[in-house]
Design a protein around this ligand. Structure first.
Ligand code: NAD
Length: 482
């Protein structure tokens, strides 16, 4: 099953121009012998040119009436919505997901643009005080040039979560996509950039050195970063010498807490969408499941029966429940965690089936696994696996499970599963995380009215909605004495 599609050549986008450069091949993680895009390899010079183009465009964009910027965002949303059908297959061949996951990425990105645009008018209303002594006006102003750095797992929506609030509030942008999923995203951004003044939206491709050059550039005033915690530490170090504001959306080890009144089938119907979707490579996926000891075996058996129905194959194969892992480092990391778990006292259960077994070794494929009879302290319970395996941990009482859920350096998403709404809310309030969902924990759980982000080492700041807009402005306080 090979698909012949033209290989796009993806240059940088600087000051409204697509620039030719050294190109490197991007391979399909499900068919490693296929090149699916050729992408520019950036340098610190490219970063400097892009930042200067964004800096030159900043005064004009800042002074563009907010209503006009909103219109541009709405037009960008239409472009993105109209690009999904054409570009989703390209995205599948870069990031390894199945088609509906890639389409969801475009759909969520469109929603973020539209929702952000709808908030701008109210957001910019100044807070004013007028009394006998003084007139005070607190006004929101853009920061200047924003650098956005994104990973490969959901590149479109993760980009829009930065682009929408940054441009809506009058900043200009330089984006660095992941080298593992640069093509489909950039092809969509080229269309969006074409409706904007040159320099408002720029894209520079490359690896960590390009990201580091952006983070340390003196004309960049803000970095919006999504990626791993270890990379974020480097981002913070690189921004330190020029004191930049940062928003960091990082990894997670999300607990799902099943309470003893939960309905097992109803819980699994919804919960499994949040475990193996995107091959487990979602920051706020269910990463560890806590089940009351009294229902542990019934829950684990029912879960294994369901997971055994999954078929793993290329993302363009309509039969595939999920696709390969995205890249070699991720593949090796997951295989290593599987090996360590196999050699531990836990019971590692391999499930599901291979769709195209003869080409299995031509991609980063891993079957789904459930880890039974595993301790809360085991590596597979404590580390962010970012792959299709999940530990099921038995607990004895509510106090213990809340302590365990809050144990660790991550605090991104989390969930509580129960048939009792009040009990669900009471337990949710005790979980230390940026988001806690009740009876849901997947793409479907997101609501743009909820700020999204992490606590502890899962991040700094929030995306979505008004909280997301606030990350991209400064407050300018003006007082006139009477
Ligand atoms: P990563 O940290 O390796 O890379 C993220 C981006 O940072 C890429 O564009 C990469 O090229 C760039 N980068 C690498 N080194 C850099 C440096 N020194 N300075 C600046 N930029 C640099 O992450 P990844 O492997 O692409 O993605 C997986 C990680 O992202 C996981 O930990 C996952 O949990 C996290 N993630 C978090 C969220 C969220 O919203 N919280 C969403 C998706 C993924």
């Amino acid at each position: 099953m090979t698909t012949q599609i033209a290989v796009p050549q993806i240059g940088h986008l600087i000051g409204g121009e697509t620039t030719a450069a050294d190109l490197r091949d991007v391979h399909d993680p499900g068919r490693l012998d296929e090149v699916v895009a050729q992408v520019a390899v950036g340098t610190a010079d490219d970063v400097d040119r892009a930042v200067r183009a964004a800096h030159a465009a900043f005064p004009g964009w800042r002074d563009t009436p907010a209503a006009e910027r909103v219109q541009k965002l709405m037009a960008a949303a239409d472009i993105l919505a109209g690009s999904g059908e054409e570009l989703a297959p390209q995205l599948v061949r870069e990031h390894g997901g199945v088609l509906w996951e890639a389409q969801t990425d475009f759909g969520l990105g469109t929603g973020v643009l539209q929702h952000t645009a709808s908030l701008v008018e109210e957001f910019f209303r100044p807070t004013q005080f007028d009394d006998e002594q003084s007139f005070i006006s607190v006004e929101k102003v853009p920061r200047g040039v924003v650098a956005a750095i994104v990973p490969w797992n959901m590149p479109v929506v993760l980009t829009m979560m930065k682009l929408a609030p940054a441009l809506a509030t009058g900043n200009t942008l330089v984006l660095k996509p992941s080298p593992f999923a640069p093509g489909a995203l950039t092809l969509a951004l080229q269309k969006i950039a074409a409706i904007l003044p040159p320099g408002v939206l720029n894209v520079v491709h490359g690896e960590g050195d390009v990201g580091a050059a952006l983070c340390s550039h003196p004309l960049v005033r803000k970095v919006g970063f999504t990626g791993g915690t270890a990379t974020a530490q480097k981002v913070v170090e690189a921004t330190a010498s020029t004191i930049k504001n940062v928003t960091l959306e990082l990894g997670g080890n999300d607990p799902a807490i099943v309470l003893d009144d939960a309905d097992i089938d109803g819980t699994l119907d919804r919960m499994l969408k949040g475990v193996y979707t995107r091959t487990g490579q979602i920051c706020f996926a269910v990463k560890r499941i806590y089940v009351p000891r009294g229902m542990y075996d019934r829950f684990a058996d029912a879960m294994c029966d369901r997971v055994d129905q999954y078929a793993v194959g290329h993302g363009l194969d309509p039969e595939a429940s999920f696709g390969p892992l995205n890249n070699e480092a991720q593949f090796k990391k997951v295989l290593d965690l599987l090996d360590r778990t196999r050699n531990s006292s836990a019971k590692l259960v391999q499930l599901g089936r291979k769709l195209d077994a003869s080409s299995w070794d031509n991609g980063y494929y891993v079957l789904p696994h459930v880890v039974r009879d595993v301790e809360h302290t085991a590596p597979v319970s404590c580390e962010e696996q970012f792959g299709p395996l999940v530990p099921l941990i038995a607990y004895d009482d509510e106090e213990q499970v809340i302590t365990w859920a809050n144990d660790g350096e991550y605090g991104l998403g989390s969930s509580v599963w129960t048939t009792d709404p009040d009990r669900g809310l009471a337990v949710a309030r005790r979980v230390e995380a940026g988001s806690t969902f009740i009876n849901t924990h997947s793409f479907d759980s997101l609501d743009l009215r909820m700020p999204f982000g992490g606590i502890k080492q899962s991040g700094i700041g929030r995306e979505f909605g008004t909280a997301g807009l606030a990350e991209y402005v400064e407050e300018h306080a003006i007082r006139r004495l009477k």
